[in-house]
Design a protein around this ligand. Structure first.
Ligand SMILES: [Zn+2]
Length: 705
């Protein structure tokens, strides 16, 4: 049958061939990395260091006049990344950072079309273009493979954040934030605005409300107790003056962190930045944007919040409630080895379907799905959350008890050795491979460094350390191999004995949506009642003006300010992936190898022909491929098999491939010439390639179906 290709002499031969292919690695540093970081009279070079883990040189600068901090990373990666981030802590839920994030992308001094962002999405070769509002920072990243396109994007983004039209044209705030809308004096006033509407959507989602209540209750005394995205009930409190004052204070270069990454010329980066930054002077006293620390509180707090629900969901015995337990884990930054150990602990508790806490919650029958992703470390202090949704009121105490008891038991009896091995290997594999898929790698590096960069500035913390893992990893492995219990005491300290815990219960309320709508109507009625006739006329006029402006086309001159790449800027050569052809099993099986720098990881597809499968069995194929990894084999039960895959490989999957054959001279092939294959796809570090193929072989030939 189809499986015979892997039997007999095939396996060792594939193994040898793959090992040979994996030996193709790079020895010398690429020139772009070995080059000395440039100097520039406007910049002070603060530090230069190598991040060996990812073959990257990281230079840190300060722009002397404006005070902007810059990281310029030299890496042999054509997917170039730029980002500028500002610390934007809030003290209310007007959503000012979120509205500003939208607004700065609506045109600027140099780029005068209404929405340069939309124009760039249409006409650029960008591989990433977006903006994020976090609870304490706002971040504007772009990426492109094409150098000219990349610098176009950088120019537009720098001008957008530093000189936006939104500062001088209140129509942008009205459109993106909120405004009164009225067309006829006899009609009721309404609120409109892009962020206002977006956040109404967010606030109608029960799970969003759960996560919001969890964050706010975990950090009751800091900026995280407010909603930087904006609460629809609070957004209309924000005035245009407050909005521009927020930009003045927080979008100053002295409050920014600027990041460059890739294989472009580092001197061009500094020259371009100097153009944009030199008009600004660092203030004598920097804007107070430091994110304060939440002190650990030694009592469990309970929060009950309502969410809008249907009458059916709101019935007393309906399985519609949600429960989440949240812990604040630390006041001071963790030591690197503890940080790494905590990530492994999270994998042991929540990482896979067989992880103890996830499994206990998911299989408890107390709820419909697990909520809370376990460890979260993107804010100043780490948190841990777990819970269930779709819970009956009577089962809420049971679900809470189950989480606590599962954690207590794990801290007492410990984790199984093969579970620990699998979790450590899974993490190590992810760190080494740094496979970000379609997401630019440089952006992943920037987002990893940003927390340390914005939280620890005054302590002179080494930002690049955020990417380093070799030293803490070997320390962790040393402690584990000496027989030390690493995870159990950490679990006891950070979760079991830690009383800074909030228990958030979400209750369905069939009347809540109407209650919110009524409050909004009342507010709008009061506002209208307080308006003089000419105020009402003013709202009607500005409503019409805004609509006219929104419908108006950009002038050709304004559109022409948006830089574009032309045909001449495109690479004309097609990139060829090197391919070596050989055969296995006395010429019976073709082997294609692509020798590429893969940081020591071997990627393998074993492709088996399905032509001989009877048509009647074809509908079973999807079920078959998904069962292969889930049933275990005659030697390994399902959990042991999962752990072994985790311990020895970077993952193994099965899928089917259905393609039309290529015809003569590359033409479309005959309509009935279909290629149908079963694909076993896996990845492993070079010296584990044999283990990976053995596991594939065992699942293909010996799955307990
Ligand atoms: Zn938004």
């Amino acid at each position: 049958g189809a499986h015979s290709l892997l039997a007999g002499r095939g396996t060792p031969a594939i193994r040898r061939a793959l090992l040979h292919a994996s030996a193709a690695t790079l020895d010398a540093l690429p020139p772009v990395v070995s080059a000395e970081p440039p100097s520039h009279p406007s910049f002070e070079l603060l530090s230069v260091e190598m991040v060996e883990e990812y073959t990257m040189k990281v230079a840190r600068y300060r722009h002397i006049k404006s005070g902007a901090e810059v990281i310029s990373a030299q890496a042999d990666d054509e997917n170039k990344v730029f980002g500028i981030a500002f610390r934007t802590p809030v003290s209310d839920s007007t959503g000012v950072p979120h509205i500003l994030e939208h607004s700065v992308l609506c045109g600027s001094d140099k780029y005068t079309s209404k929405e340069p962002f939309t124009e760039l999405l249409k006409g650029s070769l960008q591989t990433f273009l977006n903006a994020f509002t976090y609870p304490d920072r706002t971040c504007y990243p772009v990426a492109s493979l094409n150098t000219k396109d990349f610098y176009n994007l950088v120019n537009v983004y720098l001008d957008a954040v530093l000189s936006p039209r939104a500062k001088r044209d209140p129509a942008v705030f009205a459109q993106e934030g909120w405004h009164y809308e009225l067309e006829d004096p006899s009609e009721p006033l309404t609120y409109k605005g892009v962020v206002f509407n977006e956040m109404k959507g967010v606030y109608s989602s029960p799970e969003s409300l759960l996560y919001r209540a969890s964050q706010q209750s975990t950090f009751p005394d800091t900026t995280y107790a407010s909603d930087s995205g904006g609460d629809p009930a609070v957004i209309p409190d924000l005035t245009f003056e407050q909005f521009t004052a927020f930009h003045d204070a927080y979008y100053h270069p002295s409050n920014s962190r600027i990041f460059f990454y890739g294989d472009d010329d580092p001197a061009s980066r500094l020259a371009l930045l100097d153009e944009y930054l030199s008009p600004f002077t660092a203030p004598e006293a920097p804007v107070p944007s430091k994110i304060e620390t939440q002190r650990l509180i030694s009592e469990t707090r309970r929060v009950v919040e309502r969410f809008p629900a249907s009458p059916e969901e709101a019935k007393e015995d309906a399985p519609s409630r949600m429960l989440m337990l949240n812990w604040l884990l630390n006041e001071e930054p963790l030591e690197p080895v503890d940080e790494l150990a905590l990530t492994v602990l999270d994998e042991l508790l929540m990482g896979t379907r067989t992880s103890v806490l996830y499994k206990a919650m998911a299989e408890s029958g107390l709820g419909s799905a697990v909520v809370g992703g376990g460890l979260s470390d993107e804010l100043k202090q780490a948190t841990f959350s777990v819970g269930l949704k779709g819970v009956k009121a009577d089962d809420l105490p049971k679900a809470e008890m189950l989480a606590i008891e599962t954690l207590t038991k794990a801290a007492q009896s410990g984790f199984e050795a093969d579970a620990i091995e699998a979790a450590v290997n899974t993490l190590e594999f992810q760190l080494r491979e740094m496979n970000t898929g379609g997401f630019p790698k440089g952006l992943a590096f920037m987002l990893s460094m940003l927390p340390r960069w914005i939280y620890r500035d005054e302590e002179g913390a080494n930002v690049a350390d955020a990417l380093r893992f070799e030293a803490p990893l070997s320390e962790l492995k040393r402690r584990l191999s000496s027989g030390e219990k690493v995870f159990e005491p950490l679990l006891k300290k950070l979760l079991v004995d830690n009383q800074h815990r909030t228990v958030v219960e979400m209750r369905p309320d069939a009347g809540l949506a109407e209650e919110w709508a009524a409050a909004e109507r009342k507010r709008l009625e009061d506002a209208k009642a307080a308006m003089a006739e000419e105020d009402i006329q003013q709202v009607i006029t500005s409503t019409a003006e805004l609509k006219r402006a929104q419908l108006a086309e950009d002038s050709p001159e304004a559109l022409a300010t948006i830089p574009r790449v032309g045909l001449a800027d495109l690479e004309r050569k097609v990139k060829q992936v090197p391919t070596e052809h050989s055969t296995l099993a006395d010429g019976a099986v073709p082997l294609l190898a692509h020798p590429l720098p893969c940081a020591g990881v071997v990627y393998a597809d074993v492709v088996l022909d399905l032509q001989r499968i009877p048509l009647s069995e074809l509908p079973l194929l999807n079920l078959y491929t998904s069962l292969l990894t889930q049933t275990g084999t005659s030697e390994l039960d399902a959990t042991t098999l999962q752990r072994r895959i985790g311990a020895r490989t970077g993952g193994i999957q099965f899928s089917t491939m259905l393609e039309q054959a290529i015809g003569d001279k590359g033409s479309v092939g005959p309509a009935d010439a279909v290629i149908h294959k079963l694909v076993a796809r896996g990845k492993a570090v070079g010296d584990r390639t044999g283990d990976m193929l053995d596991l594939m072989h065992a699942m293909l030939t010996d799955a307990k179906l």
